[in-house]
Design a protein around this ligand. Structure first.
Ligand code: PLP
Length: 351
């Protein structure tokens, strides 16, 4: 070890799903939308001379468009570089108490990475054997709560009554609901934002809006929460959102029909695919997301993952306690899922 290395920060980073260069791969590993962004987004002319200047630090155009879209005030919206950025900022801002924050043991695997990075103590509360969050677990003293709804990688949604109960029992801390997948058939907690000043709802363009590449995420909450969040943002990086993201982010919101249409297609393919894999010995919870979380009665998840990869189909495998015999499969186009199903049928019949 070099002498300077003892003075540096050492962290264990989050490992994102791989982004292979090979275009012939069927990519079902990072929950991207298989459909293009809205034609309005694709056709939008950017005034690239604008790149000479810094972008608007307040991201006003996008904040205003999001406020209009969701029927909230401008002062209730915060925008960041993907919801990862929004959530990281939220950890820095809201999880500053002495008690550990709470999140499920099986959930988005970035939460513990941020908690470690920012030195926040945390308690990963166990979901039950059906991967369901248990209400009573969130009645214990804590320094804040975060969970995705629907949860990832389990794909299970909780009703708004569950969220409201958690929020009501934790008025002394901030409760963050990560709604990365909410558009695929789950009730949003947005209606709680005006009723409770301690709930923050986080959304992303990466999944339902087919715009993972632009990196747009946002949060909606009480204006005091948003003010605190902006104070931290302006203490860290004033210009988080670049000009193309702001312009194209606004454009996407203007095309509601296309948005609804692509989501409906993904959900339809998901429900068909779920039915088909159950017929060949897979088990999975009913999904409220754009992925399914599956295990097989005879085949090992890791083997399926490796054999699929050898056949140019990649899905996500997590070598983690409790879920190491599961695969998270993103819903692609109907054609992609048919190819994958054919592959799985062959695998099962050879087992
Ligand atoms: C994909 C995902 C995110 C991050 O989304 P970005 O907006 O692309 O940063 C956050 N939370 C959950 C649960 C996700 O699955």
């Amino acid at each position: 070890m070099s002498a300077w290395e003892k003075n540096i920060r050492k962290v264990i980073p989050y490992v994102p799903g791989e982004q292979p260069k090979d275009k012939n791969i069927i990519k079902l590993n990072t929950n991207e939308n298989p459909y293009d962004p809205s034609p309005r987004v694709m056709a939008k002319q950017l005034e690239l001379e604008a790149l000479r200047k810094y972008p608007d630090p307040a991201v006003s155009d996008l904040v205003n468009a999001l406020a209009d879209y969701h029927g909230v005030s401008n002062s209730q919206v915060f925008v960041g570089v993907g919801s990862d950025d929004v959530i990281a900022m939220s950890f820095m801002t809201f999880f500053h108490g002495d008690k550990p924050i709470l999140f499920p043991d099986i959930t988005y695997s970035f939460y513990d990475v941020w908690a470690e990075l920012f030195g926040i103590s945390y308690n990963q509360v166990a979901v039950d054997d059906n991967f369901e969050l248990k209400l009573e677990d969130y009645y214990q003293p804590n320094g804040g709560i975060i969970f995705p709804n629907p949860n990832a990688p389990t794909s299970i949604a909780k009703p708004i009554s569950f969220i409201e109960d958690v929020v009501k029992h934790n008025t002394d801390v901030v409760v963050i609901v990560d709604e990365a997948y909410v558009d695929f058939g789950c009730e949003s907690a947005l209606s709680l934002v005006d009723k409770y000043d301690n709930v923050l709802v986080v959304r992303t363009y990466s999944k339902s809006r087919s715009m993972a590449g632009l990196r747009i995420g946002y949060a909606i909450g009480n204006e005091k929460l948003i003010r605190y969040l902006n104070d931290v943002k302006y203490s860290f990086n004033s210009y988080t959102m670049n000009y193309p993201s702001i312009v194209l982010g606004v454009e996407s919101l203007a095309d509601e029909d296309y948005f609804r249409e692509t989501i409906a297609k993904v959900m339809e393919t998901r429900d068909w695919f779920t039915e088909e894999i159950r017929k060949i010995g897979f088990r999975c919870p009913d999904s409220s997301t754009n992925f399914v979380f599956v295990t097989h009665e005879k085949l090992q998840a890791k083997d399926i993952y490796e054999q699929a990869k050898a056949n140019k189909i990649i899905v996500r495998y997590f070598a983690k306690p409790r879920i190491d015999n599961y695969l998270r499969i993103t819903i692609g186009t109907r054609e992609e899922m048919e190819t994958f199903l054919t592959f799985l049928k062959k695998l099962v019949s050879n087992a």
